[in-house]
Design a binder for this molecule. Structure first.
Ligand code: F3S
Length: 413
C-alpha cells in the first residue's frame, strides 16, 4: 500500500484538475507495481520520447490531449533529443512531413513548460543535480551519469512517467532511490590499458553484457591502472555503453565516484569479473566494411572539448564521407564562439544540435555504412538505423570521414 501525503491524495482525487490527476494516477500505479511504500519529491525531470520517430502518431495524440487538459510541469523539466535539428533539419535531409510532426511534439511539450533543451547531456547545459537529489530522468546515459558521477538518484523513467513526475513533482520511492539498491553487485577488475573514449565504450559494452541491470564497481589494476582520472567524455562513453548493452543505471569506480567508498566495500555477495582484453568488444561492434558513407560522432552529445578536438584534426582538410557531429545547443553555441564549429564546417562537416543518429530517421536518408567512436551508437545502429558499422577511436573516424575508407587496427590516442 502506497502511503500518500495529503497533497498527493488531493492530486489523485482530482482537486488540482484532470491533467494532474492523470499524472498522479500514473505515479501511483508505478509505485504500486514496484511496491514502493511512498513517493519522493523530485528536483528535475528529463523527458525522453521526444523524437517523432519513436513517439509516432499515437504518442503525439496522447501528449496533445494531456496538454489540452491543462498539463503543466511544476519542477524544472527538459527534453531529450528530437528526431532532427529543429533549425537545420533540411541540411540533414529530413522530409517536410516528418519535420511538421516533430515540431508538433516539441511545441506540445513546450506548452507544458518543458524546456526545449533537446539533449541527453542536460548536466552540461545548466542542469547539474546535487548529490542525493531525487530525479526523474529518462535517457539511459544521462541517468547513468547522474547516478554514478554526480551521486543523484534516479531510475530510468519512461517518457510518460518522467512527464507525470514533472507534473506532480513526485516519483515512486523504489529502485535507485533507495540506499540498498545502490550497492555494487559486481566487482570488475580491469587489467588492460584504456586510452580513449572508444576504449571506455568498448569496456562498457562488454561489462553491460555481463552484468545486465547490476551495479558494477570498477577497479583498474596492473596495465589497466589509471595514471590520471578518466575524462568526463570517457565516463560518459562508459556509462552510455553499459546502459545500451545491458541496463546499467549506476556504476562506481573505486577511489573516484562519490558513492564508491561505501557502495563497493559494503557490497556483501559480489560477483567478480575480469577484463584483460578489449578485442572481443571491438570485434562484436565491427562489421567487415571498407567503404564508409557516414561518420557520426556525439553519442552521448559532444562536449565543447570534443568539438575542439574534431576541429583540430580536420584543420586544412576536407571530408569525403558525410560527417555529422551531434551536440546540445549549449555546446554548439559555446563552440561557435570559440570558432570550432566554423572550422568543422569549413572542412565539410556538419554540427547538428537537438538530435542524434539513433533517434533521427536515418534509415530514410540513404546511408548504408557508418563509422563511429561511440559504442552505444555502434550497438544500436544496425537495429535502429539499418546501418552496417565500424567502431573505433576518434582519429580512425576522422580518417574515415576524410577518405571514405576504414583503416584497420586500433590507433593510439
Ligand atoms: Fe544521446 Fe542519442 Fe546517444 S540520446 S546517448 S546521442 S543515442
Amino acid at each position: 500500500m502506497v502511503r500518500l501525503t495529503q497533497d498527493e491524495r488531493a492530486m489523485l482525487a482530482g482537486d488540482q484538475g484532470p491533467a494532474v490527476q492523470k499524472a498522479m494516477q500514473m505515479v501511483n500505479a508505478l509505485a504500486t507495481i514496484f511496491e514502493a511504500d511512498h513517493l519522493v519529491p523530485v528536483a528535475s525531470a528529463q523527458i525522453a520520447g521526444v523524437s517523432y520517430k519513436n513517439l509516432g502518431p499515437a504518442g503525439l495524440s496522447f501528449l496533445e490531449e494531456w496538454a489540452a487538459q491543462g498539463a503543466r510541469v511544476r519542477i524544472p523539466a527538459f527534453m531529450n533529443p528530437a528526431g532532427m535539428d529543429l533549425e537545420r533539419w533540411r541540411e540533414m535531409g529530413i522530409s517536410e512531413q516528418f519535420a511538421r510532426q516533430q515540431r508538433r511534439v516539441v511545441q506540445v511539450l513546450a506548452s507544458m513548460g518543458v524546456e526545449q533543451s533537446c539533449t541527453c547531456t542536460p548536466y552540461l547545459a545548466g542542469h547539474v543535480p546535487e548529490a542525493g537529489d531525487h530525479l526523474a530522468w529518462s535517457e539511459s546515459s544521462a541517468v547513468s551519469y547522474a547516478n554514478s558521477v554526480l551521486g543523484a538518484r534516479t531510475n530510468r523513467e519512461g517518457g510518460p512517467s518522467a512527464l507525470a513526475a514533472a507534473i506532480t513533482g513526485r516519483t515512486a520511492a523504489y529502485g535507485l532511490h533507495l540506499d540498498s539498491n545502490r550497492r555494487a553487485t559486481h566487482r570488475v577488475t580491469v587489467r588492460c590499458t584504456l586510452k580513449s573514449e572508444a576504449d571506455f565504450g568498448a569496456l562498457g559494452y562488454w561489462v553491460g553484457q555481463q552484468v545486465a541491470d547490476g551495479v558494477p564497481c570498477f577497479r583498474f589494476v596492473g596495465e589497466g591502472r589509471l595514471t590520471q582520472p578518466p575524462t568526463q567524455e570517457q565516463l560518459m562513453a562508459l556509462g552510455a555503453a553499459m546502459a545500451a548493452s545491458g541496463a546499467v543505471a549506476l556504476y562506481h569506480i573505486e577511489g573516484m565516484t562519490p558513492e564508491a567508498g561505501h557502495a563497493c566495500t559494503e557490497a556483501g555477495d559480489i560477483m567478480p569479473i575480469e577484463v584483460g582484453d578489449l578485442s572481443p568488444a571491438y570485434d562484436a561492434l565491427n562489421h567487415p566494411l571498407d567503404d564508409i558513407d557516414l561518420v557520426s560522432l556525439g553519442c552521448p552529445h559532444s562536449t565543447v572539448a570534443d568539438l575542439e578536438r574534431v576541429a583540430r584534426l580536420l584543420e586544412g582538410r576536407r571530408v569525403r564521407a558525410a560527417l555529422w557531429i551531434t551536440t546540445s545547443r549549449y555546446a554548439r553555441r559555446v563552440a561557435e564562439q570559440q570558432g570550432w564549429v566554423q572550422r568543422i564546417e569549413t572542412a565539410g562537416g556538419h554540427v547538428f544540435s537537438d538530435t542524434c543518429l539513433v533517434v533521427a530517421p536515418i534509415e530514410e536518408l540513404g546511408f548504408r555504412a557508418l563509422a563511429t567512436n561511440s559504442a552505444k551508437a555502434a550497438f544500436y545502429s544496425p537495429s535502429h538505423s539499418g546501418l552496417q558499422r565500424r567502431f573505433g577511436r576518434l582519429q580512425q573516424c576522422i580518417e574515415a570521414a576524410l577518405t571514405g575508407r576504414w583503416s584497420g587496427g586500433r590507433l593510439d590516442g
